[in-house]
Design a protein around this ligand. Structure first.
Ligand code: ADP
Length: 224
């Protein structure tokens, strides 16, 4: 049979507050299989239209997690809010079950340290991350978006000013002058993800640039 099957990843989201429900809705919208879990019935009911399956269950109840077949999921997102103890216990159970990718929302630094120790695969801080992004937007008119890759490296989207308009990537020579790399150029709905050295930039284009934060800042201040 020559039929190609799309390999879909299986996701489960435990805790359907603002963060967990946004993750769940988006994954479902993207066509993935998502199991939505919360201990509160009304939270689960709100998510039935936005998930493949949903269940009222406590994320710290080993038997309940087992009966939901949680070990078969590729990714489990623990989005339990303020109840740090439950978040930790749930993460521990998931790692003991052998779930390969457990992503957990951390409330604070100590929570994060415990999560690291018990083997959480990725720890997220949505409030801080969003705070950083918003501060970047507020402080620069040129930055339209910002993704932090590590403490030192980021990807920024910069709006092309008059200074770079009608110049080619060779003219700008961003890598030699600033140590950053232009990954792509957005123009309206179009996006050029493999820009060539002779591609011209127009005013209003959005440049997607990766680099060290200091280099990106220099490019933004001096090169744009
Ligand atoms: P957010 O900041 O993302 O809105 P909340 O604290 O409002 O976070 O939401 C956390 C969600 O997690 C709530 O819907 C709550 O019912 C759920 N929750 C809390 N503890 C558990 C648990 N042990 N098992 C399953 N769900 C839980």
């Amino acid at each position: 049979m020559g039929e190609k099957k799309m390999i879909k990843k299986q996701f489960a989201v435990i805790g359907l507050g603002r963060f967990g429900s946004s993750v769940c809705k988006e994954l479902y919208k993207l066509g993935h299989q998502v199991l939505a879990i919360d201990s509160k019935e009304e939270k689960v009911n709100d998510m039935t239209r936005h998930s493949t399956h949903s269940a009222i269950a406590n994320g710290t109840d080993e038997k309940a997690l087992q009966s939901l077949g949680i070990r078969n999921f590729d990714y489990v997102i623990v989005a339990i809010g303020d109840d740090i103890q439950s978040s930790i216990l749930c993460t521990l159970l998931l790692k003991e079950f052998g779930v390969a990718n457990v992503w957990v929302k951390a409330q604070n630094y100590y929570h994060e340290r415990v999560l690291e120790k018990i083997g959480a695969d990725r720890i997220v801080h949505p409030e801080q991350d969003m705070g950083i992004r918003i501060a970047q937007h507020l402080t620069s008119e040129k930055i339209v978006d910002y993704i932090e890759l590590s403490a030192d490296y980021s990807i920024v989207e910069l709006i092309a000013t008059d200074k770079v308009a009608n110049k080619s990537l060779i003219d700008l020579d961003v890598r030699a002058k600033y140590g950053c790399t232009i990954l792509g150029i957005k123009r309206g709905e179009d996006i050029n993800i493999a820009p060539t050295p002779t591609d011209q930039i127009e005013k209003g284009d959005i440049l997607i640039v990766i680099g060290h934060k200091n280099d990106l800042k220099r490019f933004e201040d001096e090169g744009m």
